[in-house]
Ligand binder design. Structure first.
Ligand code: ZN
Length: 448
C-alpha cells in the first residue's frame, strides 16, 4: 500500500522545505518531492516532521502514573518510589501488562514518538517462577506494539543482584531475575518475537551496575553482537557512592574503563558525572538516554547537558516511568533544567539557532542510533511521519513552529504515520476506544 502525504512545510535532513510530497511505500519513505502541488488522493497536512524514537520505556509502570504523588511518613525519594513500583510489578498479570503497555504505546504515538525502546525486565510469574513460555511477558509488550503500530526495539534485561558486590536479589525482585542460562533462553525467544514484528529490533540490557557483576556484563556484551546495549547508570547519588565504595570508581568512569563503550551503547540517565566522565562519555560515541520528566519526578538530578553537547556528545529521549508521556514536555524539561541550573537561557541552542529545533534534531538522531534504526524524512528511512497542526505566527517552514510546539501553545500533533500506517488521527490513536477499555479493566483489577 502506498500513502502519499503532502505537507505545506516539512523538516527534511537538508532543513525546512515547502510544498513537500512524501511517498511511503513498503513501510519506508520512497521519495521526497519538494515544491510540488498536492495531488488527488494525497493526505494533506500543515507541517510534517520525522517521528521521534522514545529510547527508554518500562511500559508496565504506566499503571502507576499519578499514583505516587502523595507524601509518605518518611522523606520520599527514588528509593521509596521504587517500593511502590515493586508492589505494582508483583501484582500484574500478563493481561494487565499487555493492556497497560498498549495504553502507554498509544499515548506515545499521540505524542509524536513512533518507536519505543522497551527496557523489559518484568519476566516471570508472580511467584518468581519462569512462565512455561519464558518470554510470555515480552510477547505481551510485543503484542501491544503490534496492536498500536509503534516500532519496537526490544531490550530484554538481565538482572541478577540487588546491589554491588553480587548481593543476592531481594524477594521483591523475583520477577526480574535470570541466571545466564535462563537469559540465553529468554534472548532466543525474544529474537523470534522481534522477527515476527514488522521493523522489530533486538538489543540487550544489563539492568545496572548494581544488578549485574563485571563478569556478567562482559558475557552480555558478547551476546549483544552488533546490536544495541542499554544500561541504567548514575541516576542517583546513592548509586554513585555505592559504586565508589565497591569499586573505587564512579559508575560512568567504571563503565568506560571496564566495558567496550562505543556507538552501540546507550547509557540511560548518566545524570551524575564529573567533568572528565562527561567528556569521555561524549567522545565514546555512546548515546546518553535522558528521561527529563521522570528524572524530575524522581528527584534524580540534572544531566550536564551543556558540557556534554560541547564535547560532541549524543543524546536521545526516553519516557521511562511514564508519569506523563509527552515529547514536547520532555524536551522542554531538558532545556528548562539547564536554564534553572545555569541561570541562563537557550542553553542547548547553537549560536543564533532555535532551541526547539536543536533538541528535536538531537533526540531524533540519538534516539534512532540507540534503537538501531534510521531516522528522518529521507528516502529509505522508515515512513515515520508526524503531522503538526495549529496556528502559525510566522512562516510555517521555520524553526519557530517547533519552538511554539515545545515551549508555548497553539501547535499540537494532528496525525501520525508509523511505517506508513496512519495510527493517530485528530491527535487520537485510531484504536484508542478498545485500548482504553482494556486499560480501565486492568486498572480496576489492580486496584482491587
Ligand atoms: Zn529506567
Amino acid at each position: 500500500m502506498t500513502t502519499t502525504i503532502h505537507a505545506r512545510a516539512a523538516l527534511t535532513p537538508e532543513g525546512w522545505r515547502e510544498d513537500v510530497r512524501i511517498t511511503c511505500a513498503a513501510r519506508v519513505v520512497g521519495s521526497i518531492e519538494v515544491g510540488a502541488a498536492p495531488q488527488p488522493g494525497d493526505e494533506r497536512c500543515v507541517v510534517a516532521v520525522p517521528g521521534t524514537p522514545n529510547l527508554h520505556s518500562h511500559a508496565f509502570q504506566r499503571a502507576m502514573a499519578g499514583r505516587a504523588q502523595a507524601a509518605g511518613a518518611t522523606a520520599d525519594s527514588f528509593w521509596t518510589w521504587r517500593v511502590a513500583m515493586y508492589d505494582l510489578a508483583l501484582r500484574m498479570t500478563p493481561d494487565d501488562v499487555e493492556a497497560v503497555a498498549a495504553r502507554a504505546y498509544a499515548e506515545m504515538l499521540e505524542a509524536g514518538y513512533t518507536r519505543v525502546g522497551e527496557f523489559h525486565y518484568l519476566h516471570h510469574d508472580r511467584d518468581g517462577r519462569a512462565y512455561a513460555d519464558i518470554a510470555e511477558l515480552a510477547a505481551r509488550v510485543c503484542a501491544a506494539s503490534a496492536q498500536t503500530g509503534i516500532g519496537m526495539t526490544l531490550l530484554p534485561v538481565f538482572y541478577a543482584h540487588s546491589d554491588f558486590g553480587g548481593a543476592p536479589p531481594a524477594p521483591e525482585q523475583r520477577r526480574f531475575v535470570c541466571d545466564r542460562d535462563l537469559f540465553a533462553a529468554l534472548l532466543e525467544a525474544c529474537r523470534g518475537l522481534v522477527r515476527a514484528l514488522e521493523g522489530g529490533r533486538l538489543g540487550v540490557a544489563p539492568h545496572s551496575l548494581r544488578a549485574v557483576s563485571a563478569d556478567e556484563l562482559a558475557h552480555l556484551v558478547g551476546l549483544a553482537g552488533e546490536g544495541p546495549i542499554h544500561i541504567h547508570v548514575a541516576e542517583q547519588v546513592r548509586e554513585v557512592e555505592a559504586c565508589l565504595a565497591a569499586t573505587g570508581a564512579r559508575p560512568v568512569a567504571w563503565l568506560l574503563d571496564n566495558a567496550p563503550v562505543d556507538a552501540r551503547w546507550c547509557l540511560v540517565h548518566a545524570t551524575h558525572m564529573d567533568a572528565q566522565e562527561t567528556e569521555r562519555l561524549a567522545r565514546s560515541g555512546a548515546v546518553a538516554g535522558l528521561c527529563p520528566v521522570t528524572e524530575a519526578d524522581l528527584g534524580d538530578g540534572v544531566f550536564p547537558a551543556r558540557a556534554y553537547r560541547a564535547a560532541g556528545g549524543r543524546f536521545g529521549i526516553g519516557t521511562d516511568s511514564h508519569v506523563r508521556i509527552t515529547l514536547p514536555g520532555e524536551l522542554r524539561q531538558l532545556e528548562y533544567a539547564q536554564r534553572l541550573t545555569e541561570r541562563a537561557r537557550n542553553v542547548l541552542a547553537p549560536p543564533g539557532g532555535s532551541t526547539g529545533r536543536a533538541v528535536l534534531d538531537a533526540a531524533g538522531a540519538g534516539g534512532a542510533a540507540a534503537l538501531d534504526v534510521r531516522n528522518g524524512l529521507a528516502p529509505g528511512a522508515p515512513a515515520d511521519v508526524v503531522a503538526l497542526g495549529g496556528e502559525a505566527t510566522g512562516r510555517l517552514a521555520e524553526d519557530g513552529f517547533l519552538d511554539a510546539w515545545i515551549f508555548a501553545r497553539g501547535v499540537a500533533v494532528d496525525r501520525v504515520w508509523a511505517r506508513g500506517r496512519l495510527v493517530v488521527r485528530d491527535g487520537r490513536h485510531v484504536a484508542r476506544d478498545v485500548i482504553d477499555r482494556r486499560f480501565a479493566a486492568a486498572m480496576r483489577a489492580l486496584a482491587g
